[in-house]
Design a protein around this ligand. Structure first.
Ligand code: 4AD
Ligand code: MG
Length: 459
């Protein structure tokens, strides 16, 4: 058997009910304590937050290399799994054989216990070897699986929408261009470019997803999206992941119902499946975390129209840097007032002014608003943005003209409105913002392995 095949995951060993002889583990040394008769190694193999304690004594084959084993080194251990006499762990391994697999240099930066998030961001290739960042990575992985489980369980089909696209979904002019042309001689002529036309990285899979919605009924896409908005905030990145469901025969209220059920379901799943990792954040990052998650799982989300939101904000005694004003987008301070101070729970704001929303959103009968919704959550602000889609060809054409979209470029999108068009709705949830919500981590750069932000592309 290979080492890979014969080794045990520590997550399984710490849950054993009986002692075992001759177990094998392999991982990275977190700390080492050398004493006269016994030495201790805290080993982490990434399968869980917990380390396993290794006891090395004079009988252990390879004990003589102990002084070469530094924090951060990779080792392989064979030994007996026995009840621990020490505090803090049930099991430990009494090593019969210790092998050094990969040395670690003296300059290894994680020998020191505490580092700032800012410093760790500069060594993003090493930060998953800390408790906090390995826990974030495991939670991220679990959440991703929970998202698929939820939608698959509700009868949605996964559609892989394209990353390279010829169309702008949000129309916010925040697209990265994809080109093989020499940047010096474009002259806005893309006929000799790779695709023979201007191409971009997608800002959202929605438009492509809608075409599949008109065939498969309930669909979702979950992938990376790219936005060149030059904002250096703790909630925006140039590359982030988005989950987008799209539902045929659904209206804006169905949209909010699915979004609420979805958020509650994945938060509750992660609370049980990642309890040990989440506890780390509840203890060290955000004391109110578990209570906040329960609040999300148990409370009915508030639903107010944009106009009601403006009334509440205007009537409040809060000093806002930006005065709430009907027709203008909500600022993050407004979002946070509504969800953190006023309602103290998640809030859907729906029926937004036409002029500040995307071309595809369904026009309401008042001719002033569209059936769009944002979900605002405590600590984050906007978590979800979605809408009913304009399924009526004449109104969609009017909206495209108003917002300067060319009918020629979107012929395929318009074609779906000419052939079997039905009311439909969907939304997009920012995956990193969800991880921030679930962990209490306050900077979005810390919940994705390699963050991409303005002037920052180290790895
Ligand atoms: O509100 P947005 O722009 O909606 C759309 O793109 C729709 N086409 C989605 C749909 O209806 N299918 O983005 C959706 C969510 C936001 O609510 C936010 O959580 C997240 O994506 N998001 C970002 N996350 C990180 N960095 C950024 N720059 C983000 N921009 C949006
Ligand atoms: Mg939005």
């Amino acid at each position: 058997m290979s080492l890979f095949e014969e080794k045990n995951d520590v997550v399984n060993l710490i849950n054993e009910t009986v002692a075992r002889e001759q177990v094998i583990v392999a991982g990275w040394v977190r700390t080492k304590r050398v004493a006269k008769s016994f030495s201790f190694i805290e080993l982490n193999d990434g399968s869980c937050l917990a380390n396993i304690q290794i006891i090395v004594d004079k009988e252990t084959a390879g004990a003589e290399i102990l002084n070469e084993i530094q924090t951060g080194a990779a080792v392989h251990v064979i030994g007996d799994l026995i009840k621990s006499l020490g505090k803090g762990q049930v099991w430990e391994i009494h090593a019969s054989k210790l092998t050094l697999i990969g040395r670690c240099e003296d300059s290894y930066p994680l020998q020191k216990k505490r580092h700032s998030d800012e410093f760790l961001r500069e060594i993003a290739h090493l930060r998953p070897r800390t408790n906090k960042y390995s826990a974030i990575a495991r939670i991220r992985s679990r959440l991703s699986f929970a998202i698929h489980t939820f939608f698959q369980g509700e009868g949605f089909h996964l559609i892989n929408t394209p990353i390279i696209t010829g169309s702008d979904c949000e129309g916010a002019g925040e697209m990265f261009q994809v080109t093989t042309l020499d940047p010096k001689n474009t002259d806005n002529d893309y006929s000799s470019d790779f695709f023979g036309k201007k191409a971009h990285l997608t800002v959202s899979g929605q438009l492509a997803l809608e075409t599949y919605c008109m065939a498969l009924n309930k669909v979702y896409t979950f992938g990376p999206t790219f936005r060149s908005e030059n904002s250096n905030t703790t909630r925006h990145m140039a590359e982030f992941w988005m989950v987008e469901p799209e539902m045929a025969f659904a209206n804006i209220f169905d949209d909010m119902n699915v979004a609420e059920k979805f958020v509650k379901s994945i938060v509750s799943t992660i609370k049980t499946q990642s309890a040990a990792d989440l506890n780390l954040f509840a203890q060290h990052v955000d004391q109110g975390l578990l209570e906040r998650l329960d609040n999300i799982i148990e409370s009915d989300f508030i639903r107010i129209t944009y106009s009601e939101a403006i009334e509440i904000l205007s009537a409040s005694n809060q000093e806002f840097a930006f005065k709430p004003d009907w027709g203008k987008d909500l600022q993050s301070e407004h979002e946070r007032y509504l969800t953190e101070a006023h309602f103290k729970k998640p809030v859907f704001v729906y029926d937004w002014p036409i002029d500040i929303k995307a071309f595809y959103m369904r026009r309401n009968d008042d001719a002033k608003t569209v059936a769009a919704m944002d979900l605002l959550v405590p600590g984050i602000g906007e978590l979800i943005g979605g809408s009913a889609r304009e399924e009526r060809l004449d109104l969609l054409l009017a909206s495209m003209t108003d917002k300067g979209f060319s009918q020629e470029d979107y012929w395929w999108y318009l074609d779906t409105r000419k052939n079997g068009s039905v009311p439909h709705a969907g939304f997009g949830l920012g995956f990193e913002r969800l991880i921030m919500l679930v962990t209490g981590v306050s900077n979005i750069r810390d919940v994705i392995p390699f963050p991409r932000t303005p002037k920052n592309l180290e790895f």
